[in-house]
Design a protein around this ligand. Structure first.
Ligand SMILES: Nc1ncnc2c1ncn2[C@@H]1O[C@H](COP(=O)(O)OP(=O)(O)OP(=O)(O)O)[C@@H](O)[C@H]1O
Ligand SMILES: [Mg+2]
Length: 226
């Protein structure tokens, strides 16, 4: 196990009108390759903000971010999106599938970002991932024709299409019933067993059993776990 992600004294403010909201307060954190990290905390404690910073979706105001030995604190916007596409797959509570694209096209989207693969190769990868999540028969259907659990499996297939080493999941089971939620957690567990590093936000204490590391946030401060 080696250090994969390192945050040092991260500060994040949001401007709300004339006021500044101090959302993350001097957060320091280490995550190792192969970890399954769960971030827990009340609504508004800063979990999504932290995940978005870790995932290069949002910037921070102070502190240092080291990713796989590289100092990524001051990357440009283009470097950040390149880093994101290459290294991270995202899964969201509300799936974020595009309703007027079919399942094939939804999973294909991240592959079109840099045109690394030709049409045949893309098709092979998409089918392989659909088989992995057990939904190859839905390939030509549209997101709103699928159940919530099926849509989340499609979004996992999409998140994995660039073979990222890291998966970020913001409340991936938040919109699902217990059985479906267990199905999704078992997929994430097997990905973690294969060596993927997973960072997940959840409210559900029952899911802690899947984690190798649990971090608690309260009002932008880590209270436990680091
Ligand atoms: N774009 C924004 N502009 C201003 N304030 C924001 C913005 N995004 C989040 N906030 C505020 O920052 C704080 C942390 O928000 P965040 O979304 O990180 O919380 P969270 O822990 O993910 O909550 P939840 O469990 O409800 O998803 C909240 O007080 C929120 O209102
Ligand atoms: Mg949130």
């Amino acid at each position: 196990m080696s250090n994969f992600i390192e945050l040092n004294s991260i500060e994040k403010y949001y401007s709300v009108g004339k006021d500044k909201l101090h959302v993350l307060k001097s957060l320091s954190l280490n995550i190792e390759h192969g970890d399954f990290v769960m971030i827990m905390g009340k609504s508004g404690s800063g979990k999504t903000t932290l995940l978005n910073i870790l995932g290069f979706l949002d910037r921070f105001d102070n502190g240092q971010y080291i990713f796989d030995g590289n100092n990524v604190t001051n990357l440009t916007e283009i470097e950040r999106s390149h880093f994101r596409n290459k290294n991270i797959g995202f899964i969201f509570q509300q799936f974020h599938l595009i309703n007027n694209l079919n399942i094939y096209q939804n999973i294909e989207l991240p592959l079109l970002y840099d045109n690394r693969f030709g049409k045949k190769e893309r098709s092979k990868k998409i089918k392989k991932n659909l088989e992995m999540v057990g939904l190859i028969d839905k390939i030509n259907q549209f997101p709103n024709e699928l159940s919530g659990g099926q849509q989340q499996r499609i979004s996992i297939a999409r998140a994995l299409i660039n073979e990222p080493q890291l998966i970020f999941a913001d409340e991936p089971t938040g919109a699902l019933d217990t059985n479906t939620s267990n199905e999704i957690m078992n997929i994430l567990k097997s990905l973690n067993d294969e060596g993927k590093t997973i960072i997940m936000v959840t409210h559900d204490p029952d899911l802690v059993k899947y984690a190798t590391k649990v971090i608690h946030l309260r009002d932008g401060v880590f209270t436990e776990g680091v």
